[in-house]
Write a protein that binds this ligand. Structure first.
Ligand code: PGA
Length: 262
């Protein structure tokens, strides 16, 4: 961390993707709390910890946490959402249905959605507009591919994804963005602190330019975050949180990261 720079509340969010099959949420959290105790979690600022869970697990996780008085510090969310209010969209999920399942936030525009399911910048933008309208917190993912970086287009790709997704958003007092370089996701090779610093600075400046309030800007990094690299990455300027895939599936590992950072 730069001298004199005080970190605002850090966000440690998990992305379980289409994993966690057969994993009992009760067991997961028992093991998590063994390493990172509940009393400490209760004192954390809202949304310090988050879980982007598979749809079928959202409600039970929310209820489990809510019973323990932890559902403000640990927020349960979904990994995707359709932009329409409702409609003939077989297999899709609407905001109101997520709300019914007690989801507190949603992950949007993850690179796996963009690359595997052909989600376009325009679709991501419509989803962001739905969240804006419903005042539903969204964590917007952006990031360049290895080829784009090699061609020197990394920052352009990221800023154009931001522009497209956020241009029409009206509420500008809070924004959550995750910088997830596609080449660092699930590869075991995170971006270097230098690369993260540079891109987070570019994202920060773009968000200010778009009119987002400085106080409400939170920029997460995602891509092979683990117990070994989390401290150096978290100390980098404009890194306000992490989105963790693989390392979040093991409760002791994810709780160890929490213990180091929160
Ligand atoms: P990873 O995934 O931590 O396994 O690289 C991050 C993500 O896809 O959000």
């Amino acid at each position: 961390m730069n001298k004199g720079q005080k970190k605002r509340g850090f966000h440690l969010f998990a992305n379980w993707k289409m994993y966690a099959l057969g994993m009992e949420s009760q067991n997961y959290f028992e093991q998590f709390f063994n390493v990172f105790p509940e009393d400490r979690i209760k004192d954390l600022p809202p949304a310090s910890i988050g879980f982007a869970a598979p749809f079928t697990k959202i409600q039970s996780i929310f209820e489990l946490l809510s019973k323990r008085g932890l559902s403000e510090s640990i927020v349960t969310g979904a990994q995707n959402m359709h932009s329409a209010k409702e409609g003939a969209f077989t297999g899709e999920i609407a905001y109101a249905l997520l709300k019914e399942a007690k989801a507190q936030w949603v992950l949007l525009g993850h690179s796996e959605r963009r690359s595997i399911f052909n989600e376009s910048d325009e679709q991501v933008a419509l989803k962001m507009q739905r969240c804006d309208e419903e005042q539903f917190p969204a964590l917007l993912c952006v990031g360049e591919t290895a080829v784009e970086r090699k061609e020197g287009k990394g920052a352009d790709v990221v800023t154009s994804q931001l522009l497209c997704a956020l241009e029409q958003v009206k509420q500008r007092s809070q924004v959550w963005v995750a910088y997830e370089p596609v080449w660092a996701i699930g590869t075991g090779e995170s971006a270097s602190t230098e690369q993260v610093k540079e891109m987070h600075q570019a994202i920060y400046e773009k968000l200010l330019e778009l009119g987002f309030e400085e106080e409400g800007i939170r920029i997460f990094y995602g891509g092979s975050v683990n117990e070994g690299n989390c401290e150096a990455l978290a100390a980098t300027a404009h890194v306000d949180g992490f989105l963790v895939g693989k390392a979040s599936l093991k409760p002791e590992v994810f709780a160890t990261i929490a213990q180091k950072l929160l």
